[in-house]
Design a protein around this ligand. Sequence first.
Ligand SMILES: [Zn+2]
Length: 115
Amino acid sequence: MTEIVRGAEWVLCRERGPGVPEGIYGAECMSCEARSPLFDDDELPVAVWSLQHTAEFPEHTLFLARTERHWRVVPRPHDPAPAQRPDTGGVLGPAFVGLMCLLTALSGLLPALTN
Ligand SMILES: [Zn+2]
């Protein structure tokens, strides 16, 4: 369901699950080095930060707004050979990948994302 790219051995998908934000929002000023804090699932604080920055520095009116998401690569489940499973191979494959992604997210294996 969230599969993005499928290779020969690996599948890249959107990371979802408890504690995984749908998006991480941030902005940086194009006139100086200022950067907003990052906010999970809410771009309004970033907009407020940008307005406040322009209020403080009236010349700084252009910002680069970013939305970041977590991706995860998981081993591709081996599809049954088409000759052996002609009825289900094309249907169960993506569904199984989606389940794999969900299970991976729920398993708490997020050491790089919890800091
Ligand atoms: Zn600035």
